[in-house]
Every structure is written in C-alpha cells, then in structure tokens.
Ligand binder design. Structure first.
Ligand SMILES: NC(=O)c1ccc[n+]([C@@H]2O[C@H](COP(=O)([O-])OP(=O)(O)OC[C@H]3O[C@@H](n4cnc5c(N)ncnc54)[C@H](O)[C@@H]3O)[C@@H](O)[C@H]2O)c1
Length: 258
C-alpha cells in the first residue's frame, strides 16, 4: 500500500489542493450512493480510504477503480467482530485512522401504526448500533495517531418530523444526540459532527419522490451526492478544526420554512 496518487504525493503536506494528504478514512456503506461519492472526493483530496459495505462486489469495484488509494473491506456495521477485523485491517494496511464516516443506513417510509417492532429493531441495528460500534472500534486507533474527525450521516428527518419517518427519524434523531455526547467526551483530539442531508438523488430515494420533493424545496431540485461529499470533506479536514458537536444541514433550504 502506497500513499495517494502522484498528484497528492507531489502536493506533500495538507493544503488547499490536497486537504486530506496523509490522512486515512474509513467510510461505511461506500459501495454506492453518497458513501461512494464521498470516498472518491476524499481520494481526490489526497486521502487513502477503506471502502466498506455489505455489497462486496460493488465495494471491491469502487476500491479497484481508485487504485492504490483505496482498499475494500466487507463490513456489516451491525457486527462488532467485523468492526474489530476492519480496524485490524486498517492497522495492517495504513497504520492509522484519521476520519470515520458513519454513512451506512437503511430507510423506508411507513406510518407508525403500520410499522412493527421487529423492523424497528432491524433499522436501529444498522442506523444506530452501527455508528455506536464504529465509534467504539475506531477511536482507539485514531488516538494512537493525531486524533481525528468522526462524521455521522444523520438526516433532516433527524431534526424535523416527516410523515412515514417514525422509525427512520427516531434513529436519525438518536444519532444526532449520540454525536453530541461523543463530541463532548472525545474533545479535543477527536471532533464529532453530523451531516443532515435533505433528499438526495441516490439509490435510497424512493421511486416517485423526486418531483414531489423538488417542488417543496426552495432550491427546486434534489441534492446531489457530491454536494454531501463536499460537506464531509469540510468536516474531515483541518478547515473545520474548531467545529465539533454540530449539525451541517445540506438540504437546499427545505427545513428553512414553509
Ligand atoms: N438519499 C437521501 O435522500 C438521504 C437523505 C437523508 C439522509 N440520507 C442518509 O445518507 C446516508 C447514505 O445514504 P444513500 O443515500 O447513499 O443511500 P444508499 O442506499 O445508496 O447507501 C447506503 C449504503 O449502506 C449500505 N448498507 C446497508 N446496510 C448495511 C449494513 N448493515 N452494513 C454496512 N453497509 C450497509 C448499503 O449497501 C448502501 O451501499 C445514509 O445514512 C442515509 O440515511 C440519505
């Protein structure tokens, strides 16, 4: 495993063109969607990235397309043993970890009275237990190095009520709460922040949602994964060195008002 692309090696120390030079990131759920785009953005910014997902074929392809700047590790975020294996692999491949993006999640839209406890547990296992296990597994390796930045992908459904988002919203509100406690407990060496995307054009978006959501958004369109990746890059890099315990809302203005 070597460090970054020719361009980032030439760039050397972190700077405006390579703000993540010398940094290592683990991104969950990065075989597709926002996680994949964030991984690609981080590599372009000079980082080495561990792509992780339960979609092994897709994840391996994404990592292969990034050359020696990325590796793939199969990681079901619900599985504590798999987290330990991922951290061991990080140690072996890179010897450090600077950025953890807890991005993996599942989603559905269903009225509360039609949902059920088994599905509640299933969603919480991915969307809340996953980031919890990730923080526990990754922080020790971050502390062995220069500290780091943890970015938890919540949602505007974690700050505002949306019909059909009782279970998903509960997990995203909880993730924001856990992030703020982690920010308190892990400062000053590790910063912990959330991103709250609005509706983003990714495989998670339910069919037919695009037109309805676009009409209700001041910006008049869906968000793009690269717009979330830019937020993640900001929170991952030294540009946000005094930012912890906060929520970065990237939603085209949709939570601003009626
Ligand atoms: N797309 C949106 O409109 C939207 C809006 C707000 C928030 N978000 C959040 O953004 C994040 C990224 O979502 P996306 O839009 O890219 O969706 P996506 O469905 O494309 O990506 C989610 C990824 O997580 C992976 N995943 C699912 N279960 C997993 C598990 N147990 N272990 C490991 N990986 C698992 C999937 O395989 C997939 O690659 C999620 O946290 C989501 O809740 C999305």
């Amino acid at each position: 495993m070597t460090g970054g692309t020719e361009a980032t090696r030439a760039a050397g120390a972190p700077g405006p063109l390579a703000p993540l030079a010398g940094k290592v990131a683990l991104i969950t759920g990065s075989a597709r969607g926002q996680g994949e785009v964030t991984a690609r953005r981080f590599v372009a910014a000079g980082a080495q990235v561990m792509i992780t997902d339960i979609l092994a074929g897709e994840g391996a392809k994404v990592a292969a397309s990034l050359g020696d700047a990325a590796v793939f590790q199969e990681l079901d975020v619900r599985d504590e043993t798999a987290w330990a294996a991922a951290v061991a692999a990080l140690r072996a491949s890179f010897g450090r970890l600077d950025v953890l993006v807890n991005n993996a999640a599942i989603h559905w839209i269903r009225p509360l009275l039609e949902d059920n406890a088994a599905d509640l547990d299933r969603l919480l296992a991915v969307n809340l237990r996953g980031p919890f296990l990730g923080i526990q597994a990754c922080v020790p390796l971050m502390l062995e190095g220069d500290g780091g930045s943890i970015i938890n992908i919540s949602s505007i459904a974690g700050v505002k009520a949306f019909r059909g988002h009782g279970v998903y919203g509960a997990a995203k509100w909880a993730l924001r709460g856990m992030s703020k406690v982690a920010a308190l407990e892990l400062a000053p060496r590790i910063r912990v922040n959330c991103i709250l995307p609005g509706a983003i054009d990714s495989p998670m978006l339910p069919p037919g949602a695009a037109e309805r959501v676009s009409a209700g958004t001041p910006m008049g369109r869906l968000g793009r994964s690269d717009e979330i990746a830019e937020g993640a890059l900001y929170l991952a890099s030294a540009a946000s060195s005094y930012t912890t315990g906060t929520d970065l809302v990237i939603d085209g203005g949709s939570t601003t008002g009626p």
